[in-house]
Design a binder for this molecule. Structure first.
Ligand code: TYD
Ligand code: MG
Length: 463
């Protein structure tokens, strides 16, 4: 009999090698290579069900319509709902709320008469029931099994014939027939393959939960991305209630939609109008606060950016950034120093996007620059003003995509004017645009006057 053989595979990207290495040659990640033992395929394998080639127009297209889940924000991201026979992976850090989201989704579907099976491989059935009671999820059509053996889960699914199967999580189920250890990449990948095959055979929508850890300690769901139809990513800051759901890959719809939820004591609540959430506690006349109409995929979000610039007692002044790209902050401060003589080398800078949202697009550059200068000069911007635009290295302002949608959302939330790049399109009716081709012009239009002398905080101890 042929012997089982060892291969070494990266837990992040899935690339294979003949020996263990400290760093993956495929993706460059460190300490992600794990041993995998595979039994050889039996000899003399034949194709059991031969496939048939058809003219493309004759291929069956029925049954690929999404079926709404009943949670508005989830349906928005899925492009309408779950498709029968499709496999969706929901990834996110532990504790972010994946199990809560899926329990609520299954309850919503069960309420509409869909038979759902939740295979729970992490928590006991009692634990899930207790959580379900709190979330109002005790629906007769929602079935529950606490099981880690994949064959048993598939047997239960074969018996119950649910329309939707959720496996929570793919890292904790295992196939005892495989030589590799539970949780290893080989197990995760093989289990996912079996679930995908079963989903297609039974035409059953299947959702897999996958933990992503920063350290990559568990097999990362990235090895699964190729296998499934849809990958959703559930994100958020642990200390904020806001949760963002995005489609990273979607074979049945766009990947540009964003779903927003708030984690409450009664579970996740959809946030259909995020404007009020982000601006709720805003101090309109505070120096260092600038509102930016940003875009997350296709969804406009009007977010407050804040900067606090203070004289630093440190040799290496502090740069504290939350919800922004530190690289873009560094670029904006460099442009302010070199082109506008706003000296920040001796200043601590705190900059953040309010509300637990991440604003990393270049369109937020102008708002960051205005917030910094507003803090340095202790001058507030007008309360009804927003700003968006990308800053070039020469201090010029560049157009950002979909300005119209951004400004329409700002107008809806009560803002009346915007500082924008000179080439920006016409604004919505009743909304004023202040066009600037450079950062210098933009500062003047926002009422921030620098004068001719350098301002800011030079280094106390010359370098
Ligand atoms: P959970 O869904 O278990 O996260 P994951 O499956 O991604 O690991 O959610 C965990 C957190 O959510 C937990 O810290 C408690 C919080 N939570 C609430 O705040 N409200 C609720 O109604 C529920 C069910 C959970
Ligand atoms: Mg969980």
């Amino acid at each position: 009999m042929a012997k089982a053989r060892s291969t070494y595979r990266c837990a992040e990207c899935g690339s294979e090698g003949p020996q263990w290495t400290g760093r993956c040659a495929g993706c460059g990640a460190w300490n992600t290579i794990v041993e995998e033992r595979t039994a050889p395929a039996p000899a003399g394998r034949t194709v059991s069900t031969p496939s048939r080639a058809l003219p493309i127009g004759d291929v069956e297209s029925e049954g690929w319509e999404p079926r709404p889940v009943g949670l508005g924000e989830l349906d928005r991201v899925l492009g309408g709902g779950l498709v029968a026979g499709s496999v969706t992976l929901v990834g996110g850090e532990p504790g972010i709320g994946k199990s809560t989201l899926l329990l609520q989704a299954l309850a919503a579907m069960a309420r509409r008469g869909t038979t759902c099976l939740l295979a729970c491989a992490e928590e006991s059935a009692q634990q899930v029931r207790m959580r379900g009671a709190r979330l109002g999820a005790l629906e007769p059509n929602l079935w529950l099994v606490a099981e880690t053996d994949l064959s048993a889960i598939l047997a239960h699914a074969g018996e119950l014939r649910p329309d939707v199967l959720v496996v929570d999580s793919i890292q904790t189920v295992f196939d005892p027939d495989l030589a590799s250890a539970p949780g290893s990449v080989g197990q995760v990948r093989e289990c996912a393959h079996r679930l995908v095959r079963a989903a297609k055979d039974a035409n059953r929508a299947t959702v897999l939960v996958g933990h992503v850890t920063k350290e990559g300690a568990l097999a990362g769901p990235r090895v699964l991305e190729h296998v499934v139809d849809t990958v959703l990513s559930f994100e958020g800051e642990r200390h904020h209630a806001l949760r963002l759901l995005r489609a990273v890959k979607h074979r049945f719809g766009p990947t540009s939609e964003l779903g927003l939820f708030e984690m409450t004591d009664d579970g996740l609540v959809g946030v259909p109008d995020p404007g009020r959430l982000f601006l709720a506690d805003r101090q309109a006349f505070a120096p260092g606060s600038v509102v930016v109409p940003t875009l997350e995929g296709h969804r406009p979000l009007v977010v407050e950016m804040q900067a606090l610039v203070a004289k630093s007692p440190l040799n290496m002044p502090r740069r504290s950034v939350q919800g922004l790209d530190p690289g873009r902050l560094a670029m904006v401060t460099a442009v302010l120093e070199t082109r506008l003589k706003v000296v920040l080398t001796g200043a601590d800078i705190y900059a953040l996007a309010v509300g637990g949202v991440k604003v990393v697009e270049p369109g937020a550059d102008l708002a960051i620059a205005l917030a910094l200068v507003s803090s340095v000069t202790q001058t507030a911007l007008p309360a009804d003003m927003v700003a968006c635009g990308e800053i070039g290295l020469c201090g010029e302002l560049r157009q950002v995509g979909q300005t119209g949608r951004r400004l329409a959302e700002a107008a809806r939330l009560g803002f009346r004017r915007a500082v924008v790049p000179a080439s920006a399109p016409a604004p919505p009716a009743g909304f004023e645009v202040l066009r600037a081709s450079t950062l210098v012009e933009a500062l003047a239009l926002a009422g921030l006057h620098l004068g001719t002398k350098p301002v800011g905080f030079p280094r106390a101890i010359p370098a």
